[in-house]
Design a protein around this ligand. Structure first.
Ligand code: ZN
Length: 211
């Protein structure tokens, strides 16, 4: 089962990805993780990528695709994979298609306003790191951690302006990919702004027949 999961920041990709890989016993592959692994292993591609990253450059599609191809040849990918954060461009999507057939692309669709509430409401304890959300899971006392009484604070990049920018960046890269996978008739939209369990049920209904 070869699946790509897409969604704006705050759409809940991380949560859903965990459940998907558990149910279908496929690896969750993120480009960042495998890039780091390849650099650590000191492979040819890893060394090339490291040089580029150290100079502050962007790792080319060619290198990314090479690393992905290596990763997919590993044993745990025999039953398939779940990509998250890849492909990022149409060129990457076309490159991937040359060595692996994607069966389903799932887009977790969320209203921008829901995402903004989810992200701008996020708070974390400055001491123990416990997560809160002022709209959904607030601490008992405003700004104070339930467990240790330390201050509950907001991350600098969780403010509304930054979030709107991140959303724009996401849609700029997402739109051409959506068009590409729509042409390939494997693009599916699933609402990600309702109850988590409903979203998951819909995802499973879509993926179960691919088993
Ligand atoms: Zn705390």
């Amino acid at each position: 089962m070869n699946v790509i999961l897409m969604g704006a920041p705050g759409a809940g990709k991380g949560t859903q990805a965990k459940e998907i890989v558990k149910r279908y016993n496929i690896p969750h592959i993120s480009t960042g993780d495998i890039l780091r692994a390849e650099v650590k292993k000191g492979t040819n591609l890893g060394n090339q990528a490291q040089k580029i990253m150290e100079s502050g450059g962007l790792v080319s599609d060619e290198i990314i695709l090479g690393i992905i191809k290596n990763r997919l040849s590993e044993n745990d990918c025999k039953k398939g994979y779940l990509f998250d954060g890849f492909p990022r461009t149409r060129i990457q999507a076309e490159g991937l298609a040359e060595f692996s057939k994607v069966e389903s692309v799932i887009f977790l669709k969320c209203d921008d306003e829901v995402v903004i509430k989810r992200l701008s409401g996020r708070r974390a304890c400055s001491k123990c790191g416990k997560d809160y959300n002022i709209y959904f899971r607030s601490s008992k006392k405003d700004g104070i951690c339930d467990d240790d009484g330390a201050a509950v604070v907001q991350r600098a990049d969780d403010n509304e302006t930054t979030i709107r920018n991140r959303l724009k960046v996401f849609y700029d890269t997402f739109t051409p990919l959506m068009q590409y996978y729509n042409e390939n008739k494997i693009f599916h939209e699933i609402r990600g702004d309702g109850e988590q369990q409903d979203t998951l049920k819909n995802i499973f209904a879509l993926l179960d027949p691919l088993r």
